[in-house]
Design a protein around this ligand. Structure first.
Ligand code: NDP
Ligand SMILES: O=C1O[C@H](COP(=O)(O)O)[C@@H](O)[C@H](O)[C@H]1O
Length: 454
């Protein structure tokens, strides 16, 4: 059976491939066995086809891994240095159907490989899937955009952000645009503030080689959280197709800047010291293997931005993410203004309404004030909770499904990738200039001392 697509994973022996991509492919094939996909792995390791097949089969952690594996139209492996044009050409020449090149390699290697592709003949319909971080600042991202734009059209370029494949993130669109009661209150007139938080209990987990150069701001806020923010704040698109949705995302990111243009006052950073998270001991970040203390890398970052348009002007939007915190605390929190006038006679004041979207386990909660208790005029908080469950496909399976279908709707467009760097650059500069202190927190607490607690 001829494959419709050959998925070529470059960086086949890496962490992303074994931990996320291959299990996601297994899940996708178990669910959609009619897909005709050939899988090819390429990397620096000297593996045989059989060794690669064993890795693939072991990584297909679906309920029926063998059945999912049987769906593949073939699985092969080549040892290759993907920064070399001749080695890339050989891989592409052997592909069946449409090749989809997935760069599961460090960002510098991906950029070098794209430059090598300028000297390769690409089969029609070739798809390029690039992981984050896309570039290391606005200039390098723009340069990488130019390189890839010279290779294939924009709708064949997938700048992967797996948060866009998360069901709760997609649910933001459903709740906003499919409910007549929401959109009329979705602006600065009714919303006082927005917070997007992704506090993780995981620490460095052996990823110093990448993370120590990135830090929390680049690892999470520059990419994932700004994309989530765009879904929360975009204007309603006329359709969910790739162009309309990404136009809306691009427009809102273009309107976004650091609050008051004051990066020193609108950002905080901190780094974990030794402590315990759920019974597991973590050394101080600076004592983790592979960390260079001279780099001054933060493991917790917070910035405040604003969207400068008629809908959102004046609403502070806080983006925060960190590692080795007490527990996973991942939410989009929309806080409404208080009512204009509370009729005299009510007692109790639970505060304004709040809408929360938890990013795992996925729930949505609307906190309202009600007076249904023993004292009929006493206001109390009531929460309407919806358990959303997981989407049918986990985030990376959703990403792969878009790549295999050639639907770029859930990937980051080039202009948005550059804008995300433009938004955070003033903060990076202020931190680099020492204008914002590096706070500390023992691993396991929920926030550094002196930061808002909850
Ligand atoms: N791991 C994760 O959880 C996530 C990773 N990402 C992104 O995915 C990308 C890959 O990350 P990750 O898997 O963690 O990194 P790893 O370092 O674990 O894997 C990178 C792979 O690329 C291979 N490689 C390096 N240079 C070349 C080359 N010239 N030719 C061929 N292969 C090469 C490496 O081979 P060798 O080891 O032999 O050098 C290794 O197999 C990064 O951009 C990262 O930011 C994104 C989200 C999550
Ligand atoms: O891309 C990344 O995301 C993960 C968090 O996402 P999750 O879906 O695995 O919860 C983060 O831990 C990692 O540092 C970052 O590179």
């Amino acid at each position: 059976m001829t494959a419709e697509t050959t998925l070529i994973i470059l960086g086949a022996s890496g962490d992303l491939t074994s931990r996320l991509l291959l299990p996601a492919l297994g899940q996708l094939l178990a669910r959609e066995p009619q897909r005709r996909v050939k899988l090819h792995g390429a990397g620096m390791d000297d593996w045989s086809d059989d060794a690669w097949r064993d890795t693939v089969r072991a990584s297909f952690r679906t309920t029926d891994a063998d059945a999912a594996f049987a769906c593949l139209s073939g699985t092969t492996y080549t040892r290759a240095d993907i920064t070399r044009a001749d080695e890339l050409q050989a891989i592409l020449d052997a592909a069946e159907g449409r090749p989809a090149l997935y760069f599961a390699v460090p960002p510098g290697v991906a950029a070098a490989a794209c430059e090598a592709l300028e000297h390769v003949t690409l089969p029609a319909g070739t798809v390029l899937a690039l992981e984050k971080p896309f570039g290391s600042d606005a200039e390098s991202a723009a340069r990488l955009n130019e390189v890839v734009a010279g290779l294939v059209p924009e709708d064949q370029i997938f700048r992967v952000d797996h948060f866009l494949g998360r069901s709760t993130v997609l649910n933001l669109l459903g709740v906003r645009f499919a409910n007549r009661i929401i959109e009329p209150v979705w602006s600065a007139d009714d919303i006082a503030s927005i917070e997007i938080r992704y506090d993780e209990s995981l620490g460095l987990e052996g990823r110093a080689g990448y993370y120590d150069r990135a830090g929390a701001l680049t690892d999470m806020i520059q990419s994932h959280l700004l994309q989530v923010m765009a879904f929360v704040t975009m204007e309603p698109p006329s359709s969910l197709d790739e162009r309309d949705l990404r136009d809306a995302t691009g427009a809102v990111l273009r309107a976004t800047a650091i609050w008051n243009d004051d990066p020193a006052a609108s950002s905080r950073r901190a780094r974990y010291t030794a402590g315990e998270v759920a019974g597991k001991h973590y050394p101080s970040y600076v004592d983790e293997p592979g960390v260079d203390p001279a780099r001054d890398t933060e493991t917790l970052a917070e910035i405040v931005v604003e969207v400068r348009n008629a809908r959102w002007q004046g609403v502070p939007i806080t983006l925060r993410s960190g590692k080795a915190l007490g527990h996973l605390d991942a939410e989009v929190i929309v806080r409404f203004h208080p009512v204009r006038h509370l009729p005299i006679g009510f007692t109790g004041d639970p505060g304004p309404s709040v809408l929360r979207f938890a990013l795992g386990p996925d729930t949505m909660a609307l906190e309202l004030n009600v007076n249904s208790g023993a004292d009929p005029l006493h206001l109390e908080r009531a929460t309407l909770l919806a358990e959303l469950g997981e989407g049918a496909l986990k985030a990376y399976a959703e990403v792969l499904s878009g790549i295999l279908d050639g639907d770029a709707m859930l990937s980051v467009r080039g202009d948005a990738a550059v804008d995300c760097w433009r938004i955070v650059q003033p903060v990076l500069d202020a931190w680099h200039a020492g204008k914002v202190p590096m706070d500390e927190y023992p691993a396991g607490v929920s926030s550094p001392a002196g930061w808002p607690q909850r």
